[in-house]
Design a protein around this ligand. Structure first.
Ligand code: PXP
Length: 262
């Protein structure tokens, strides 16, 4: 299936992931830098949402960060979590705008792969039911793979976030052949997801070098970006890093689809 849309489905949203502000804080313990302060600054700079991943080992974001974000943000919170009973209870307590279910292994440095929805279809269907009932938009973080997209649609997820890490890493490494093959898969799966009634997001590893090609896909409605923006903020400041990412997204939408598409 290839893209049939000649215009984007809507404005491309930028979700800013603030996990690594907490990573820096936790390197020393104590209270700074404060992820809530970063989130409020991102909100002021035009972020459309804030993403935070409460990991089982609390290596960056903590329970009190989630409380502070829930209480103080005006833009939507996208709460990333593993499919565990503990995280489900926390999500049901805070009822964030969106819950993004990710796979999690203690030994990994970051989220390494997508969820295997096809394998765990029944268990995930039961797991997300109470979250859906509580009014959270349930997003599943999956590889750009047909079986995964189809399973996500079958179990009633609202959103799939396509794991674009391998594509973005290939761009950074200059591996053009691999990047082209990955991009073709992402494009196909974005179109398939949309055709099955899913909202399609993309995330992981996005930088200034990869954001524009992804922004040019008409079905993609949201990009979630963290590590690169927080790293860039060290050099140019958080507001400037977000504004530059936003400008690149707008430029790609406009160049691909014409004025008014950003
Ligand atoms: N989306 C999901 C589901 C993720 O797990 C992550 C990483 O926590 C991101 C987006 C952001 O990725 P990055 O920090 O590489 O921009």
């Amino acid at each position: 299936m290839s893209n049939t849309l000649t215009k984007p489905l809507g404005r491309l949203r930028l979700g800013v992931n603030i996990d690594h502000v907490a990573t820096v804080r936790n390197a020393r313990g104590g209270a700074y830098p404060d992820p809530l302060r970063a989130a409020l600054l991102a909100q002021q700079a035009g972020a459309d949402g804030i993403t935070a991943h409460l990991r089982e080992d609390r290596r960056h974001i903590t329970d009190s960060d989630i409380e502070a974000l829930s209480a103080n943000l005006e833009i939507p919170l996208n709460f990333e979590m593993a499919a565990t009973a503990e995280m489900q209870a926390i999500a049901l307590r805070h009822k964030p705008h969106a819950v993004c279910i990710v796979p999690e292994k203690r030994e990994e440095r970051t989220t390494e792969g997508g969820l295997d929805v096809a394998r765990d279809e029944n268990a995930l269907a039961h797991f997300i039911a109470p979250l859906r009932q509580a009014g959270c938009r349930v997003s599943l973080f999956i590889a750009a793979d047909k079986a995964q997209v189809e399973s996500a649609a079958r179990i009633g997820a609202s959103v799939v976030e396509l794991h674009v890490g391998p594509y973005c890493d290939a761009i950074e490494d200059g591996d053009q052949a691999f990047a082209a093959a990955e991009f073709a898969r992402i494009r196909e799966m974005a179109a398939l997801g949309h055709s099955l009634g899913l909202e399609v997001h993309a995330g992981h590893g996005i930088t200034y070098n990869s954001v524009q090609s992804l922004s040019a896909l008409p079905e993609i409605m949201e990009l979630n970006i963290g590590h690169f923006i927080i790293g860039e903020a060290i050099f140019i400041g958080l507001e400037a890093a977000i504004l530059k990412m936003r400008a690149l997204m707008n430029e790609a939408r406009t160049e691909t689809f014409g004025e008014g598409a950003a």
